[in-house]
Design a protein. Structure first.
Length: 93
């Protein structure tokens, strides 16, 4: 039995996205250059305490790293994001 790395990575990315989705769409998140740009634009009025911000930073960084790994496997950034978006849609049904 072979391990489906892309599926495992997209499942993990979709799970991380659930926590981050309260602030913006996945397209906006992946278009941001860094966490500060993303959170400043996505939720400028939201006051986060230090622990919440650190948790969001960690999840943001992990999600971006997962998307990068998926991109490496499928050789396309847009395809990687489409796969994550599809997995998110499947999990919300």
């Amino acid at each position: 039995m072979a391990i489906d790395s892309v599926r495992l990575l997209t499942n993990s990315a979709a799970q991380l996205w659930r926590g981050l989705s309260h602030f913006s769409s996945i397209e906006f998140l992946t278009a941001s250059d860094c966490f500060d740009d993303w959170i400043g634009t996505a939720a400028p009025a939201v006051a986060l305490d230090r622990a919440e911000e650190q948790s969001l930073r960690r999840d943001y960084r992990r999600l971006i790293m997962l998307i990068d790994e998926i991109e490496t496997l499928v050789r396309s950034r847009s395809r990687a994001i489409d796969l994550v978006r599809t997995r998110i849609a499947e999990q919300t049904r």
